[in-house]
Design a protein. Structure first.
Length: 220
């Protein structure tokens, strides 16, 4: 039995796809199956992940991104083109984008900040989820304080005029996370951009700031 079929069998045992299941359930199943893999070399694991993603099934995608994160100690710069191909070929919605980018892809960027310039090219992609990824992929490195060579404000600038609300929410979320690390920089940015930044992104960005500062910014 192939690993794809094994994963499908485990999922069917909890009623999927006829029954809605939570991401946490899928990750639990993912962990169980991963333990049984004899070859955990990154090339082998990422090949299996690609096979899972080719099924274009939500739960199998969760498993693929989970396994990709589990081999993070083996990442290299050569991992980037594999992850970028997955992003452009298989990520079609915000939930896939966020799952992939706030774990596996974000970890890769946190290890190799010098790949940042490659991610900024996503802002011109026709798929909104890829454009959203340009911001969301920064969230993990920011949270982990492994973002010295990243430029979140450059990404916000590049996405500033994007009309898609989920892209606006994506870079607003990124700015919100950054505000917990660099509040004065984010406040300065929002002061400078308040006339052009969409309100949905603005509201996301100020969410974690002090209430008095929030009120001040909202009055701009």
């Amino acid at each position: 039995m192939s690993m794809v079929e094994t994963a499908k069998q485990h999922l069917s045992e909890v009623g999927y796809p006829k029954v809605d299941i939570k991401t946490a359930q899928v990750r639990s199943i993912s962990a169980q199956i991963f333990k049984t893999l004899e070859d955990k070399d990154i090339s082998s694991v990422l090949s299996l992940c690609t096979q899972l993603l080719e099924q274009r099934d939500w739960a199998l995608g969760v498993i693929a991104y989970d396994w990709a994160f589990r081999v993070r100690k083996q990442y290299s710069r050569d991992t980037f083109p594999v992850f970028e191909r997955w992003l452009k070929e298989f990520v079609t919605d915000w939930n896939d984008c966020d799952d992939f980018c706030t774990h596996a892809f974000g970890e890769l960027l946190s290890q190799y900040n010098d790949l940042f310039n490659l991610t900024t090219k996503w802002v011109e992609h026709s798929n909104f989820a890829v454009r959203r990824a340009a911001a969301v992929v920064l969230i993990y490195p920011i949270n982990k304080n492994r973002c010295a060579a990243l430029d979140p404000f450059r990404v916000a600038d590049l996405l500033l005029e994007d009309k898609h609300d989920l892209v606006q929410k994506g870079y607003g979320w990124m700015l919100k996370v950054l505000s917990q690390k660099e509040p004065q920089q984010v406040i300065g940015y929002l002061n400078a951009k308040h006339a052009v930044i969409p309100r949905v992104a603005f509201r996301y960005a100020i969410e974690k700031l002090d209430n008095d500062i929030k009120r001040e910014l909202m009055s701009l």
